[in-house]
Design a protein around this ligand. Structure first.
Ligand SMILES: *Cc1c(COP(=O)(O)O)cnc(C)c1O
Length: 454
């Protein structure tokens, strides 16, 4: 009998997060102050971010203990299941040596991997005695996760939600409201950044970069507020490694070791979360697992971006971050995978792609949704539009192995479910969904204006 699903008992849950920085052959370059171009100080970072998260951001410690209070909340939905996708394998007519597993992060209360970082972020903010937090959200997954976590630790939360999502996804906003957060469509008239953009174009649909500008501006104007974010930064990826640490233990119980690990890629948190513990095994034990980040073709920072210092937001309020980037002025097409529409990649993933330790592929929107529909029809779960990129990449890998007559164990991270993103499926099913061409000239436009600091 094939194993269908493996879940670890509470007593087996990982008690530490894993920090890839400790094992990187080339560590990420430091974040820079945009004015002085010197490495940012902890003091400056502490004005914007929660102190303990800044410590983690700058840490090269290999393992970091998960606080007991966080472990207790994790137990509401963790361990998440490791599932053998037997029905999908059957539909693809795979030989017995080609296996597909998925790690199901969609079982969290917010429906994605995002609470893995939202909960510790809220915990550390409350421990510091803070009361007011701000953040931004694209597709609404991070906003809803953070709303839940903030409420659990008694924090007020103001969320800037990208306007197109705010209008397309009223139920996401209602989730955030139910958990007690205030939600504003971005660009909004509550900040200078938002007002400037609205003055130029009252119909601007917003972007993650703009929403970050608004959330950070709010913090800079309010001494007692701090900004939290759900991807890109090292501390966020760190918290997500709970996924990969569980996955290692679960796969050990199946007797299969993965040849390939796949995650979709927005800023790098769910990908790094599942992949980095396996990268540690590659580096420390000479394992040969391939780690593949799947990004959308219309926002291809890993496959077509440039490695350079760039801002995390549109207005240039954040520190300069060394990353593979399309330029902070890049405006990706309005694809449904809102969580993947971000111009830059996190520092660790950017460096690891450069060093050849992780791979990247780009996936078109229509193909990814088609893979999502096949997954829904076979394994039952309707995946988030973001996650369909990982599913599509996994199917491609399985088909390549089948054609080559090779055995292959493929594991992908199902980063979330799509039950609140059914608009994407409506578009796909009606045939209205399309792919977007992106020319080199378009990328060059926003990349060439970056100051060459590297
Ligand atoms: C936010 C999100 C992503 C993209 O963010 P990463 O930091 O790259 O993981 C992917 N999938 C889902 C379901 C998300 O909510």
């Amino acid at each position: 009998m094939k194993t269908k699903k493996i879940v670890l008992p509470d007593s087996e849950l990982p008690k530490q997060w894993y920090n890839i920085v400790a094992d990187m052959p080339n560590r990420p370059l430091p974040l820079l102050h945009p004015g002085t171009k010197e490495p940012v100080t902890k003091e400056l970072m502490n004005r914007i971010f929660v102190e303990e998260l800044v410590n983690q951001e700058m840490s090269a410690e290999r393992y970091i203990d998960i606080p007991d209070e966080v472990q207790d909340i994790y137990k509401i939905w963790r361990c998440t299941p490791m599932v053998r996708a037997t029905q999908l394998e059957k539909a693809l007519d795979l030989p017995s040596g080609v296996k597909i597993y998925f790690k199901n992060e969609s079982v969290s209360p917010a429906g994605s991997h995002k609470p893995n970082s939202a909960v510790p972020q809220a915990y550390y903010a409350a421990k510091q005695g803070l009361h007011r937090m701000t953040t931004e959200t694209g597709g609404g997954q991070w906003g809803s996760a953070m709303a839940m976590a903030a409420e659990m630790f008694g924090l007020d939360l103001r969320i800037y939600m990208v306007k197109v999502s705010y209008e397309q996804k009223p139920y996401r906003k209602l989730m955030m409201n139910t958990w007690g957060a205030d939600v504003f469509p971005s660009p909004s008239n509550t900040t200078d950044a938002g007002r400037a953009i609205l003055a130029a174009d009252p119909n601007d649909g917003g972007s993650l970069g703009t929403a970050i500008s608004e959330a950070v501006e709010m913090v800079l104007k309010n001494e007692d507020a701090r900004y939290v974010l759900g991807s890109v930064m090292n501390h966020v990826v760190l918290h997500q490694t709970i996924i990969g640490e569980e996955a290692l233990k679960q796969l050990e119980m199946t007797g299969d070791y993965p040849d390939v690990i796949i995650g979709c890629f927005g800023g790098g948190s769910n990908f790094g979360g599942i992949a980095y513990p396996f990268l540690r095994e590659n580096i420390q034990k000479g394992r040969k697992t391939r780690l593949i980040a799947a990004e959308p073709s219309c926002c291809p920072k890993l496959t077509r971006g440039e490695f350079q210092y760039d801002f995390g937001d549109v207005s240039g309020l954040t520190p300069l971050i060394p990353m593979l980037t399309l330029g902070h002025g890049f405006h990706p097409a309005d694809i449904h995978a809102g969580g993947l529409r971000y111009h830059g990649a996190g520092t660790t993933a950017s460096q690891l792609v450069r060093d050849g330790l992780i791979e990247a592929v780009d996936i078109e929107q229509v193909e990814s949704l088609a893979a999502g529909v096949l997954f829904a029809k076979t394994e039952g779960i309707i995946p988030a539009p973001e996650s369909t990129h990982a599913i599509c990449a996994a199917i491609n890998e399985a088909q390549k192995a089948k054609e080559a007559g090779e055995d292959r164990t493929i594991v992908f991270n199902l980063s979330g479910h799509g039950v609140i993103d059914l608009y994407a499926y409506e578009q796909y099913l009606s045939g209205a969904l399309k792919n977007y061409e992106l020319s080199d000239a378009e990328i060059a436009k926003t990349v060439s204006v970056l100051e060459k600091l590297i």
